[in-house]
Design a protein around this ligand. Structure first.
Ligand code: NAP
Length: 353
């Protein structure tokens, strides 16, 4: 029997969920039930769907519900999560409302699918910037404990949602003529984003950090089950459409050479290392190396992976490494992770198609 699936939210992440369910031949009845704030017809991933206004009946008979709505009191999983669980579904939520709830497992399946014990039916998926970092950190942490991480992110506009992508597209024609007085909607970003970047993602906290930065700290510690790992983050929005980059400095308990780190990461699930002499470079630099960039996540072989490069030893501390990683924030950072969680639960017999 194929699983009955409901997807709540048809924005950037909801569309990717639909596309990934199709691509991966998820064992389900097609089409999934699709819900949003209001009923209409929508084309998602090239296919036409009837979208329903979300109501209790959206969860009748559903075995899996993927939430990809907005966050907060009026958001999808706050409004409907409990009702979906009561209706008997296993729910996987992309939003941030329940990630730090101690009763809710926060899961990156390559790292901690075990957190989904038989009594858990509501599962949270981490923030996009956390997911890609955790895949890298966990591989190293299995070999030698990580003491401290300093991370700076370079996050694409699609991480904010569909309105932010439109905001960048709308600003580009103006910015091509003049970089002065670029029109912008301050409810989306606090500054123009075209040809720009700014160290401001999500709301500020009283100590001067932003919520996005604190998500990287708390979520990483929760997923890795170690709240002694120190994490010092700065999150930056950049004028890229899709694909987040992260520069990560890692201090480990035992020294790892760059070659050892390359070997560990080459064998890590979900990770691809792109870090070798660039023999194809037209530039006269015999030491030039390859490295991943956000446009790489458009390539079919890379779109579901966390790409890692620039792996170097940090000579300024005893046991330090520097590296760079890139992933598709809409796929591994959101939609793919939730589908992989459901696939993991099928493998473990918790969901029975
Ligand atoms: N974008 C990313 O890279 C990323 C990464 C990780 C996690 N997330 C999380 O994933 C979720 C979706 O993000 P997104 O970027 O896809 O957002 P988005 O493009 O703004 O789309 C949000 C969708 O949710 C629907 N929605 C909002 N409130 C709802 C409610 N109360 N009930 C039912 N549907 C509701 C909206 O319906 P209408 O279309 O009818 O307005 C819309 O279809 C958010 O929680 C976000 O934080 C996003």
């Amino acid at each position: 029997m194929a699983l009955k699936v409901t997807v709540v939210g048809v924005g950037m992440v909801g569309e990717q969920i639909v596309s990934i369910l199709r691509e991966r031949d998820f064992p389900m009845e097609w089409p999934p039930r699709i819900c949003a704030t209001r009923a209409r017809s929508e084309t998602l991933a090239g296919e036409g769907f009837k979208v329903e206004e979300t109501g209790e009946e959206a969860f009748d008979g559903a075995e899996v519900v993927f939430f990809a709505g907005k966050e907060g009191g009026k958001g999808a999983s706050v409004q409907w999560g409990e009702k979906a669980v009561k209706a008997g579904a296993i729910c996987v939520d992309n939003g941030g409302d329940f990630r730090m709830d101690p009763t809710v497992p926060l899961v990156v399946p390559e790292v901690n699918l075990d957190a989904v014990t038989p009594d858990k039916s509501f599962i949270a998926s981490p923030n996009c910037s956390t997911i890609q970092m955790v895949l890298v950190l966990n591989a190293i942490h299995q070999v030698t404990r990580i003491r401290r991480v300093v991370v700076s992110t370079y996050q694409s506009v699609s991480g904010w949602g569909v309105q932010a992508e439109q905001e960048l597209l709308n600003q580009i024609p103006h910015a091509l003529k003049s970089l002065d007085d670029i029109p912008f909607d301050p409810m989306v970003f606090a500054s123009p984003i075209a040809f720009n970047l700014f160290p401001h993602i999500d709301k500020f906290t009283e100590d001067g950090y932003t919520k996005e930065e604190m998500k990287m700290v708390w979520e990483t510690q929760k997923i890795m089950g170690d709240d002694t790992i120190k994490i010092s983050p700065t999150t930056v929005r950049v004028a890229v459409m899709v694909g987040h980059g992260e520069s990560i400095n890692i201090e480990t308990e035992r020294k790892l050479t760059a070659a050892e780190a390359r070997e560990i990461l080459s064998n890590a699930p979900g990770v691809v290392v792109i870090d070798e002499p660039n023999t194809n470079s037209p530039r006269p630099d015999p030491l030039e190396r390859t490295y991943p960039v956000p446009l790489d996540v458009r390539k079919p072989e890379y779109r579901d992976m966390v790409l890692v490069g620039r792996i170097r030893e940090d000579p300024t501390i005893g046991n330090g490494l520097n590296l760079w990683c890139v992933a598709d924030n809409l796929r591994k950072g959101a939609a793919l992770n939730v589908v992989q969680i459901a696939e993991g639960l099928i493998e473990r017999g918790r969901l029975n198609p």
